[in-house]
Design a protein around this ligand. Structure first.
Ligand code: S3P
Length: 186
């Protein structure tokens, strides 16, 4: 038999996906703290290693370069790390290889915010998110809905409307503990 041995559920990285600005980084940091695990934000890792912001990278090296880089970083963590809490950039799940690797090796949680709530945050996000530049509200809504389809591939979804980051993180931690006990009692 050459089937790969599945990673035990408790050891799997917890991967947060969702649209830009739904709180993946803030909530990921809180979850990591509550579980005494390390937190990795893919965009922050890229910014640190290349010594440039994501908008600068889009500007100077182009989106294709960024997408290739985020894929390398995510696949590396997916394949070689365990026990991490990982926040992905909102566009990364468009890449099939990333989706496949995360769903095979990690627990993927979709942070699901409604469009009505998201659009109230839009002004705060646009400058630092190059894919939102020069888009009308209607175009942003279209992108939001297109992305929803790719985030549908997940292990679990958390509806975050009207919840604080702390409340979402508590909910995730409780749900994970129930899931871990169910699938792999200590
Ligand atoms: C992007 C989302 C961003 C960042 C980049 C592209 C996207 O991350 O990776 O600006 O295409 O949705 P956040 O989801 O953390 O904002």
């Amino acid at each position: 038999m050459n089937a790969k041995r599945a990673i035990p559920v408790r050891e799997r990285n917890i991967v947060l996906i969702g649209f830009m600005g739904v709180g993946k980084t803030t909530i990921g940091q809180l979850v990591a703290k509550k579980l005494y695990r390390d937190f990795i934000d893919i965009d922050q890792e890229i910014e640190k290693d290349f010594n440039m912001s994501i908008p600068e990278m889009f500007e100077e090296k182009g989106e294709d370069f960024f997408r290739k880089t985020e894929k390398e970083y995510i696949l590396d963590i997916c394949r070689h790390k365990r026990f991490k809490i990982v926040s992905l950039g909102g566009g990364s799940f468009k890449q099939e290889e990333i989706r496949k690797c995360c769903l095979e090796n990690c627990l993927v949680l979709h942070l699901d915010l409604s469009w009505e709530n998201w659009k109230q945050r839009a002004d705060l996000l646009i400058e630092s998110r190059p894919v939102l530049h020069n888009r009308s509200m209607d175009e942003m809504e279209q992108l939001f809905n297109e992305r929803k389809v790719i985030y549908d591939k997940h292990n679990s979804k958390v509806a975050t409307d009207n919840l604080s980051p702390e409340e979402v993180a508590d909910y995730i931690v409780e749900t994970l503990k129930i899931g871990w006990d169910l699938y792999q009692p200590m």
